[in-house]
Design a protein around this ligand. Structure first.
Ligand code: C5P
Length: 217
């Protein structure tokens, strides 16, 4: 497993997937694809257009017209930087709602496969190893206890200046897990052949040590 072309990182909300993916990208020279950012961008665009996220037909029609770009860790929607606007608790909820639709997922998968062409990519999401890149050479399933994940989200949001309540965040984390795992199409599960890493009580460095062994034994 010296030089995988594609590394997938799946797992529940707040497990630290995107932090890990960014670090892998930096250390090993991969392009990071944040699949959640695409759902967030679509959810945001739907809200801006006054479209109900539950209206699959309208959301799909809109999604097909959007130009979404991932530039380093910025997200551009039709050329406009919307990063700050989508990385909010509301952005997560909207993303989760539009991500329920099969056809929306198909639009996103098409974009992601296109973005990955000819590149070494590390992609984080919920279905990266099961559905987007089922033949990826290295699949990681990163998890942590709901309490730990809620604590991380809480601290991150407080740092960003939000006034949030830990209990509320924990409730949201549990609800998002339930939604992601019970979704009919491409639900969150441990991909076949994935290495499961539990990051509860571990620092990013400790998790990276485990990953490094997989990439460069
Ligand atoms: O990873 P992030 O928190 O940005 O994702 C936001 C939401 O988008 C998730 O809670 C999930 O519902 C959805 N999502 C998904 N499949 C992915 C990535 C994200 O369903 N591959």
């Amino acid at each position: 497993m010296l030089n995988p072309q594609i590394i997938t990182i799946d797992g529940p909300a707040g497990a630290g997937k995107s932090t890990l993916a960014k670090e892998i990208a930096k250390r090993f020279g991969y392009t990071h694809l944040d699949s959640g950012a695409l759902y967030r961008a679509i959810g945001y665009a739907a809200r801006e257009a006054g479209i109900d996220p539950a209206d699959e037909e309208k959301v799909v029609k809109l999604a097909k017209t959007l130009k979404i770009e991932l530039k380093e860790d910025r997200v551009l929607l039709n050329g406009k930087d919307i990063t700050g606007k989508i990385r909010t608790p509301e952005g997560g909820t909207l993303a989760s709602r539009v991500a329920q639709h099969r056809e929306v997922r198909e639009v996103v998968v098409k974009i992601l496969r296109e973005l990955a062409k000819g590149k070494r990519v590390v992609i984080d999401g919920r279905d990266a190893g099961t559905y987007i890149f089922p033949r990826a050479q290295l699949k990681i399933y990163l998890t942590a206890s709901p309490e730990e994940r809620a604590k991380r989200r809480y601290e991150e949001l407080i740092k960003k200046g939000y006034r949030v309540n830990y209990r509320e965040i924990l409730k949201e984390v549990i609800e998002r897990d339930r939604k992601d795992a019970s979704r009919e199409f491409a639900p969150l599960t441990v991909p076949e052949g994935a290495v499961v890493i539990d990051s509860t009580g571990k620092s990013l460095e400790e998790v990276l040590k485990e990953v490094e062994k997989l990439i460069d034994p």
